[in-house]
Design a protein around this ligand. Sequence first.
Ligand code: PLP
Length: 350
Amino acid sequence: MSIINALVREHLLALKPYSSARDEYTGKEGVFLDANENPYGSVAGKDLNRYPDPHQRQIKDKLAILKGCYPEQIFLGNGSDEAIDLIIKAVCEPKVDNILLLPPTYGMYEVCANIQQVETRKSVLTETYQPDLVDISKKVDAHTKAIWVCSPNNPTGNLIDGAIIEVLLKAYPNTLIVVDEAYIDFADVPSFIGRMGEYDNLVVLQTFSKAWGMAGLRVGMAFAHVDLIKVLNKIKYPYNLNLESQRLILEALDNVEKKDKYVEKILAERFRLFKKLMELSIVRHIYPSDSNQLLVKFHDAKAVFNYLIEKKVIVRDRTNVTLCDDCLRISIGRGRENRALMAELEEFKA
Ligand SMILES: *Cc1c(COP(=O)(O)O)cnc(C)c1O
């Protein structure tokens, strides 16, 4: 038996999930009078009158080939935000269990835990934005159900050392190690998905929101041991991915080269923007990035931020974030957008 069943909250192991019409009859042909749908059509949109596949089988079959895993190891959600929420729900007993975060990092882990009254513990990254293994060992206890590692990290942009992630996977076999790879397409390392066979406690998150350019559609992925995926599927809304999303994701999966081209363009722009920003005297430091964002330290970031807003150039103010004093996070835009940013910054008078 996998470690997963010991991690999952007991009542969820026993939970009997909702069984939809599409669960009870999975054939494609026939006269469908089982789901109280409108048989004529939909008032808007095309052919939306039928419920979508609750298990998104077609997508998972395709995705499994692309990612080199089994369809049964894939969960699809309304953004990876849904996966984050459900993972906490699956393993954390409110007011009893805790999760460990490595700030500065993505804000949703903490929000989801707070909503569910799950304690968050924090181990701040080192100066080079890597996990501090000694500090982590002091903060993990028997109730730590998950450690969240965002790699490449948001908002710092850097990859977390893969060897450190492996140490965590080995050192805490009874804790989920959730590796959030939202930006993995921009990085020059393989995904941790390939390591699932070695570690039952490994969960990898990815998304269609960044490199794939489909943030508006809201589709995210979790890859994990089949026992955990089973539980996530049990506790999700039955039809969590709508029909249109499923159609468009299938289309996207037939056009992977298009995603790769976008990544190439964004990386070329990142390189160009990095060089240009380096020439500015108002810039103190630019952190190395393995993603589509640059964390930039200014002499007076607040003043730069407010000035840019006035010029209708919107970047992310990270000045109040741990280890990000005087930092702004700049998403890599198109050539002309980055040139517009640079033109304004060159005009900035401190
Ligand atoms: C953008 C982002 C996500 C993506 O969330 P979606 O809900 O899939 O849009 C997940 N994790 C991190 C670290 C991100 O920056």
